[in-house]
Design a protein around this ligand. Structure first.
Ligand SMILES: Cc1ncc(C[n+]2csc(CCOP(=O)(O)OP(=O)(O)O)c2C)c(N)n1
Length: 827
């Protein structure tokens, strides 16, 4: 969808007064939001002079001003679809719908008194109070009610620290006592070295509407890293929608709450918005709310963004933005209803920019009067939202306030007697058959497939329907794949992967793979989608391996790492039956997703007890392609490895890759799997495997060397360098060197490696790696290897330490590589 960011001409055919009215209204539709009264304190977002509007007067201008410059400022005239503009216009220009004033008052009052009781009982503890944007609660209340009416069964709610504890109680339906218990911090032994702070952990529960109807709410666990949860929440929503089938986007939708500074500043959200309308990633509209307190920690809006509003970035997708003054809760509720209906009617993202202030410091231990003394003097004199509203609707809410306070105080007392931490969330039923924690041998399954079955599968994988015009190069490739499946030619990585996917799909495991250019494969190795050269029609062989097979999805992702990896992680969280894979274009680029790797992939189980079987495919290997096309940074993943939180592997041949992928899908142990995948070895004969190896029972964590039983030296290595060492050994006609491949680095295969080292009488054990001394697996492997070497000296061969992973010169690379090989055999 393209945004036409130019004025839309007024209807030409209107005449007389009607035309005049339309002209005036058009002006306000376009610019009225700049004059809306949005800032409760009137300090930052003041109505701006707009010449075209200021010069308008008379009855029509007055009417238009009422619609467009009150407590709601709607930005929508850049939306290219006339029907969407028209729809918004009608809502802005009609009478506001009736609201339940008592309910709004009740919501505001509960939100603020909950904070006050926390403040009085846990003074000096961080809680990130909602006060100043308490209207967020009636806003969410209206969204949830509307969602129920639209047919939603479940809402995925993502939010950062601000107001989170409050939302847990008022919207997710958690018991106030459960939240107070978290402040009591009981039972610390249960979370030694793990767990997370109370304002980051997830929660599941039910929103209960006034008529008693219920909506399941899933508040997503998130790290401190602002906005990092966005793609995860979208991925989770997509997975939940897929589970529901065709009505998924109606039954499940996402609500995301952002801070103003984070919304304007963090790129991961922009990456997430970018795929909002792309078929493989769309959730048919997310409802965004900026809980905009016009401050970020100590920074002012002028320091946070170059634009008038924090929401500006949202316009990249030409979606509507509704700014609303948080101190007009009826306008807030109206906007909530409009945004919700917009999402359901047009299935697009929509933004509500709820503008308020922040009553306390960033957290309650910060003193904001140091950096904003005047603002906070003003805020100190400003009454809480519930009092402002009670006065406006002329209700004496004193008695109700006292009752609500007493209720929360009672809950707090109850919490002081609790002995254990209450669980705030429950995993859905579909997780019941999977296990996390430490590895157990009983999880192991056989992954081999009989040759006959491989032949049958191969025939289908290498096939195209009659009349389909296959590209001549691909025709050759398919022919070769057929020969591979018949055992006439060694199987390469591309085919091994297709066989792994195909066999899983045939036996009922869905597969979802995304990454930049992953449909073809960056290295021209995959060709998961065939393109008809005559008409560009597509044929996906892996969707035709069996009649009632599982779903196969393969997508070229947007050019994003953090956003897309976050999405796929999220998807894996809510579809554990699916083999979900994310592929980096080159492993080097995965560092753009480091936040997701650190905070979700590596630490999700430790912090939140949440499992994922996500696979990261990271092309890795030194081939003279320069500093950013060589290293997937093995060292970084090994550094993150602890308590069997994930698996890190580098299969050195096609069959091993096949078994590894199948193992990941078929074991009930759900752990992220990081795979360093080949580039030059993709089609190299040394890394191809005979068909028979696909019938072997399992993936082998260590590939022994039977060629040199009586070796005087053992070279231990992983990946491509091992094949180069083998070639060098052959060139030298060396019979005294064993070359052992470490195929899985983590969990460290202690027993398998010990057995292999014990088999060789070698004096010398040498770890050989392509990476510089300060990178690669060296630091991880050496101490472990020394333990297993039983007193034999353990040395290493590697490139010199370097600040950059690889040289930019192909010739320098070749020299270095030659030196490595020489040192491995001669030093
Ligand atoms: C990526 C990242 N950088 C910095 C921080 C530290 N930090 C926590 S809250 C915050 C201010 C956030 O301001 P805003 O988004 O406006 O939300 P508010 O706290 O005002 O509700 C900062 C800088 C962080 N959590 N994450």
């Amino acid at each position: 969808m393209t945004a036409i960011k130019q004025p839309i001409p007024s209807p030409a055919l209107l005449e007389g007064r009607e035309a005049e009215r339309e002209r005036v209204f058009e002006a306000f539709r376009r610019g009225g939001y700049l004059q809306a009264k949005l800032d409760p304190l009137g300090l930052h977002v003041r109505p701006a002079p707009v010449a075209e509007l200021d010069e308008l007067s008379g009855e029509f201008a007055e009417e238009a001003r009422r619609c467009y410059t009150g407590a709601i400022g709607a930005e929508f005239m850049y939306v290219p679809e006339a029907a969407q503009r028209q729809w918004i216009q009608e809502r802005m220009e009609s009478e506001p719908p009736a609201v339940d004033q008592q309910r709004i008052l009740d919501m505001l009052l509960r939100a603020e008194l909950f904070e006050q009781v926390l403040q009085s009982r846990y003074l000096g503890t961080k809680r990130f109070s909602i006060e100043g944007v308490a209207a967020l609660i009636p806003l969410l209340d209206r969204i949830m009610q509307g969602a129920i009416r639209e047919g939603a069964l479940q809402v995925v709610l993502a939010m950062s620290h601000r107001g989170r504890l409050n939302a847990m109680v008022q919207i997710v339906g958690k018991e106030p006592a459960d939240i107070f218990t978290r402040f009591e911090d009981v039972d610390p032994r249960s979370v030694l070295g793990g767990g997370d702070v109370k304002y980051h952990i997830g929660a599941t529960g039910h929103y209960i509407a006034p008529d008693g109807s219920r909506l399941r709410i899933h508040l997503v666990s998130n790290p401190s890293h602002l906005e990092a949860v966005d793609p995860v929440a979208v991925g989770r929503t997509r997975a939940k929608q897929m589970r529901k089938g065709e009505r998924g986007p109606e039954q499940v939708f996402a609500v995301m709450i952002h801070g103003d500074a984070a919304f304007a500043g963090q790129g991961i959200w922009a990456e997430t918005l970018n795929y909002a309308e792309i078929p493989g990633f769309s959730v048919e509209g997310t409802l965004h709310v900026i809980a905009n307190n016009l401050i970020g920690f100590t920074s002012t809006p002028q320091e946070e963004h170059s634009s008038r509003f924090a929401s500006e970035l949202a316009k990249r997708n030409a979606i509507p933005i509704f700014h609303v003054n948080a101190e007009d809760p009826e306008a807030v509720v109206r906007v909530a209803q409009t945004a919700l209906e917009f999402r359901y009617r047009f299935r697009r993202d929509v933004v509500v920019d709820l503008i308020g202030y922040r009553r306390h410091g960033h957290s309650e231990i910060d003193d904001p009067t140091i950096t904003q003394p005047l603002l906070y003097r003003r805020i100190a004199q400003h009454p809480p939202a519930w009092q402002v509203y009670a006065k406006r609707i002329e209700v004496d809410a004193g008695a109700e306030a006292a009752a609500v306070r007493a209720e929360y105080e009672q809950a707090q007392k109850q919490a002081t007697r609790a002995a254990t931490l209450p669980a705030l969330s429950r995993l859905p039923e579909y997780w019941s058959k999977y296990a996390g924690g430490c590895y157990k041998r009983e999880y192991e399954v056989d992954t081999g497939i009989p040759a006959g079955e491989l032949g049958r599968l191969g025939e289908l994988i290498a096939g195209a329907p009659p009349g389909f015009h296959v590209h001549p190069k691909i025709k050759r490739l398919l022919e070769q794949r057929r020969e591979m499946a018949q055992g006439k030619r060694a199987v390469d990585y591309g085919m091994a992967e297709a066989l792994a996917f195909g066999s899983l799909l045939a036996s009922g495991t869905p597969v979802r793979l995304s990454g930049q250019d992953s449909r073809r494969g960056t290295f021209n190795q995959r060709h998961a989608v065939l393109i008809d050269v005559e008409n560009e029609e597509e044929y996906i062989p892996l969707r035709h391996v069996r009649e009632q097979q599982a779903r196969f999805e393969v997508y070229n992702s947007t050019l994003s790492e953090a956003g897309v990896l976050g999405f796929e992680y999220g998807y894996s969280r809510d579809y554990p039956e699916t083999l979900v894979l994310w592929e980096a274009q080159f492993g080097d680029f995965a560092n753009g997703a480091q936040v997701v790797i650190d905070q979700f992939v590596a630490a999700g189980e430790d912090k939140w007890g949440l499992l994922s079987g996500l696979v990261l495919l990271l092309p890795h290997g030194y081939e003279g392609q320069g500093p950013e096309h060589s290293s997937a940074r093995i060292e970084r993943y090994l550094q993150l490895a602890a308590r069997e939180n994930m698996q890190i592997a580098q299969p050195s041949n096609a069959a091993q890759y096949f078994h590894l992928l199948r193992r990941q899908a078929l074991r009930k142990w759900r752990k992220p799997l990081v795979v360093f995948t080949p580039k030059s070895m993709l089609r190299h004969p040394d890394a191809a495997s005979p068909l028979g190896d696909f019938s072997l029972p399992r993936f082998r964590t260590v590939l022994p060397d039977d060629a040199a039983e009586k070796a005087s030296r053992v070279l231990l290595c992983s990946g491509k360098i091992g094949h180069e060492l083998r070639a060098e050994r052959q060139r030298r006609k060396d019979t005294s060197t064993a070359i052992v491949f470490l195929e899985q680095m983590y969990p460290w295969p202690e027993a398998e490696l010990q057995a292999e080292l014990d088999r060789h009488a070698a004096r010398d054990v040498v770890w050989v790696q392509e990476e510089p001394a300060n990178m690669g697996a060296l630091w991880f492997v050496l101490p472990r290897l020394r333990r297993l070497a039983r007193g034999r000296p353990v040395r290493s061969v590697k490139r010199s330490a370097s600040s950059s992973p690889a040289t930019g010169s192909a010739k320098a690379h070749a020299l270095e590589q030659k030196t490595l090989l020489t040192l491995a055999f001669e030093s």
